[in-house]
Design a binder for this molecule. Structure first.
Ligand code: NDP
Length: 250
């Protein structure tokens, strides 16, 4: 267990998938969780309702990332909800993948959008979050295994490489405040981002790629994030942790 009673957390992209699971697990450990999302009000409401049903505390926070003023919109809403409380935990999870944006099909416009959501937003969200974060805070960035295995979605992979670099340098910068910064790198996980995984054939194929013989589930990631957010992980910083069931081990 990771006792987070009395802590506050912002999880970006928490309406669905991995972010939802992270939000649910942090709330289950006692944190008050800001369930950030872009446009899907219904999904965000469901996440918050599930947390409330389990006795946790959470509120929805709508702010589309990658558009002008995105970070201002997010923090205006967050600060209103927090009412002068600090922000103890930041999880930069929201991201998009542009399927088909290979080296042949990528355009400057698609490149700008994916980098704005996956890299620019985490950078400036973190900049603002650091003003609200007490010493001993936690920052966790969600990257991807595509930083070490090849994929046709080359722009998406580049954004995740940037996030890995961001985490290492940031950990060095904020370490004297006792703030830890770590990167969690999921493998192939069953979420809307991977709707191609819904066929039994695709699931079987992905199972052959992992030592533990199945695709990842969102809770596999949420549980590790909760550990990194806890006091038990106080001596881990600047690391990228692969959470993938032994993907492509051999
Ligand atoms: P999903 O597509 O299932 O969910 C994406 C979440 O991000 C939603 O909450 C969505 O909000 C939010 N979001 C997307 N775009 C924006 C935007 N422009 N502004 C604000 N919020 C936005 O993604 P996953 O759960 O699969 O992925 C979560 C993280 O894990 C990502 O960083 C992804 O790169 C990473 N990852 C995922 C893997 C996988 O196999 N699924 C593998 C490796 C890494 P809304 O509901 O409003 O659209």
């Amino acid at each position: 267990m990771a006792d987070l009673a009395g802590r506050t957390a912002l999880v970006t992209g928490a309406s669905r998938g991995i972010g939802r699971s992270i939000a649910q697990r942090l709330a289950a450990e006692g944190a008050l969780v800001a369930v950030h999302y872009g446009t899907n009000d219904d999904a965000a409401r469901k996440t918050v309702a599930a947390i409330h049903r389990s006795g946790g505390r959470a509120f929805p926070l709508r702010a589309e990332l990658g558009v002008d003023g995105d970070v201002d919109t997010l923090f205006a809403a967050l600060e209103t909800e927090l009412q002068d409380r600090p922000l103890d935990i930041l999880v930069n999870n929201a991201a998009v993948i542009d399927y088909g944006a290979s080296i042949h099909a990528a355009t400057p416009k698609s490149y700008e959008r994916v980098f704005a959501i996956n890299v620019r937003a985490p950078l400036f969200i973190t900049q603002r979050a650091l003003r609200l974060m007490p010493d001993g805070g936690r920052i966790i960035n969600i990257s991807s295994g595509v930083t070490w295995f090849a994929t046709p979605e080359i722009v998406y992979a580049m954004t995740k490489g940037a996030l890995n670099v961001f985490g290492r340098s940031l950990a060095h910068t904020v370490g004297t405040r006792g703030i830890t910064v770590n990167t969690v790198s999921p493998g192939i996980t069953e979420t809307d981002m991977n709707d191609w995984l819904r066929s039994a054939e695709a699931t079987r194929h992905v199972a052959t790629m992992t030592a533990l013989a199945r695709p990842g589930r969102p809770a596999d990631i949420g549980d590790v994030v909760a550990f990194l957010a806890s006091d038990d992980a106080r001596w881990i910083t600047g690391q990228t942790i692969e959470v993938n069931g032994g993907l492509l081990l051999g």
